[in-house]
Design a protein around this ligand. Structure first.
Ligand code: NAI
Ligand code: CS2
Length: 498
């Protein structure tokens, strides 16, 4: 194989003092490969003096304490390896994170984090805590007050365990001290993610102090953002190939070269001029969010469940197969795109072709199992919201109902050859119980899954045109060769019948 061509971007020696203007909750792979890279570009451009206010304090509040220690040991420097393909990689050394904290329930840094979040110099709070980290019902958006961590935060508001709890506690301190609130910028894959974060925070604040909730409602900005960069979870094989490139860095991340960040411009205490660093600052993110969630993430989830059931391990391996490419093309052209109000000037055909190319990047080794996790939290915005629109207007639901059937079958915990896989989902126990009760009766199993009102909107749950089609699809999936079954689907746009 041809030698890998690498470019390396190093950071200048650290200047002092290292100011912090941003606190991030969710020090995960995506944050390190996306927001922190944009902030690094900004710091490089502004230089030591002007950029000093915008360094990041990044915290984990639930897991991955080791990563915090690793960053501390490396003077907060880590590497981002951007693979254009298996032979071209750009290595970037990132130093935008200037403080790392572990504020989990068993961690030492909760007070330090709350104090940092209450610091007047912190003007922006960003989050990547996964869709489940907001404790909102995926379908209704209501705060899950029965969830144990939320119940804990209601009972112990000054020692919160959740992201909404941390935000409420810090905002309460700022209000008491007469410090204006930071802007809260969600970077998770949710529709209207700023508004959803707002709803979680205000709903939780109401349990503490109605006046605080009103203050947050009146004074705190919750801009939404659309975020896009494929950042697979690191594997030992990734660490090995980075070591072969001379990078021995436990905090390193691997990702694609593509990156996009579209942000609603609502930062009362100011922000860096991120436009100069490739961030698109807009008045309304919704068209960008919906397009990305339905076209990229919706396609990802189709590949995740149907590909995994076929015994396929990675995204690129799935799109290498004609049947799966045909599946995606039908999903895009006949099901997802008709539901979109596209951002002005969008060439949606070019966009979906670019998605196929990105999915085909075999250097990422993006595991379908990673995408398949948390399906109960993802499917409402990726498939179901669009499905409701198409059902109401007589649109095609061929691949959406197949995808739902695939998710149902996937959550049985094995692929079609009987190979077991984990079902990583906040509702995993509930889903397993449904399989125990109805696993031998496909119609009853589908009805039981569609009855999950936390996941499925009533418009789908109560419409036999949808439920019957899912049941049909489940029987197709159980056929010997799922790939042949996918290829044989009636890829046409039927009339009213779905
Ligand atoms: P990761 O597993 O590396 O990090 C997840 C982070 O979320 C960790 O810091 C973890 O401690 C935290 N977390 C998990 N559950 C939590 C909870 N209940 N409360 C508080 N914190 C919690 O995953 P990664 O790749 O960083 O992705 C995180 C999120 O970023 C995704 O869920 C998605 O919303 C968004 N994203 C990810 C992309 C990717 O390709 N990895 C691309 C675009 C968006
Ligand atoms: C993926 C996303 O894991 C998943 O659910 O669909 O993390 C995807 O990689 C990103 O949204 C791409 O921007």
């Amino acid at each position: 194989m041809a030698a890998t061509r690498i470019q390396i971007e190093r950071q200048p020696a650290r200047h002092v003092p290292s100011g912090i203007g941003i606190v991030h909750l969710g020090l995960g792979a995506f944050h390190r490969a996306h927001q922190a890279v944009y902030v690094q570009r900004c710091l490089n451009r502004l230089g030591a003096e002007r950029g000093d206010d915008w360094g990041i304090c990044s915290a984990n509040i639930r897991s991955n304490r080791a990563l915090v220690d690793q960053l501390r040991d490396s003077d907060y420097r880590y590497h981002v390896a951007e693979f254009a393909d298996s032979r071209q990689v750009t290595l970037r050394e990132i130093g935008a994170i200037r403080e790392a904290l572990y504020a989990g329930p068993d961690g030492p840094d909760r007070e330090t984090l709350l104090a940092r979040m209450s610091d007047p110099g912190v003007r922006i709070l960003t989050l990547t805590v996964t869709e489940k980290g907001y404790f909102l019902s995926p379908s209704s958006g209501e705060l899950l007050t029965d969830a144990a961590p939320i119940a804990h935060d209601i009972a112990h508001p000054e020692s919160p365990d959740t992201a909404p709890g941390m935000l409420v506690a810090a905002l309460a301190r700022r209000r008491t001290a007469g410090i204006e609130p930071f802007a809260v910028l969600c970077c998770d894959n949710m529709p209207h993610n700023g508004q959803r974060t707002r709803r979680a925070v205000i709903s939780l604040a109401r349990h503490r102090d109605a006046a605080l909730a009103e203050w947050i409602d009146a004074h705190v900005a919750f801009p939404s953002s659309m975020v896009d960069r494929i950042v697979p979870a690191m594997t030992d094989a990734d660490r090995t190939r980075l070591a072969e490139l001379g990078v021995d860095d436990p905090a390193a991340v691997v990702c694609e070269t593509f990156s996009q960040w579209v942000v609603e411009d609502d930062f009362p205490l100011g922000r860096p001029d991120w436009e100069a660093d490739g961030v698109e600052m807009v008045a309304d993110v919704a068209p960008f969010e919906t397009m990305k969630l339905r076209l990229l993430n919706g396609a990802h989830s189709l590949l995740a469940y149907l590909g995994a059931l076929a015994g396929i391990e990675t995204v690129d391996a799935a799109v290498a197969r004609p049947a799966f490419r045909q599946l995606l093309q039908h999903y895009w052209q006949q099901e997802a795109i008709p539901t979109l109000s596209l951002p002005a000037g969008t060439d949606v055909s070019a966009y979906t072709q670019s998605l196929l190319a990105r999915f085909g990047n075999d250097s990422l080794r993006h595991r379908l199992q990673q995408i398949a996790m948390d399906g109960s939290q993802k499917l409402p915005q990726r498939w179901l919201a669009g499905g409701v629109e198409r059902l109401q207007h007589g649109g095609d639901l061929t691949t959406t109902t197949l995808g739902v059937a695939g998710w149902i079958r996937y959550t049985a915990g094995s692929d079609l050859a009987g190979r077991p896989h984990p079902v990583d989902d906040p509702m995993a126990e509930t889903l397993a119980e449904l399989h125990r009760r109805h696993g031998n009766d496909p119609q009853a199993l589908v009805a039981a899954f569609l009855a999950l009102d936390a996941v499925f909107p009533a418009a789908l749950r109560e419409d036999t045109r949808f439920s019957d089609r899912v049941a049909e699809a489940l029987s197709i999936i159980e056929s010997d060769d799922i790939e042949a079954a996918i290829a044989a689907l009636p890829y046409k746009n039927p009339d009213r019948e779905v």
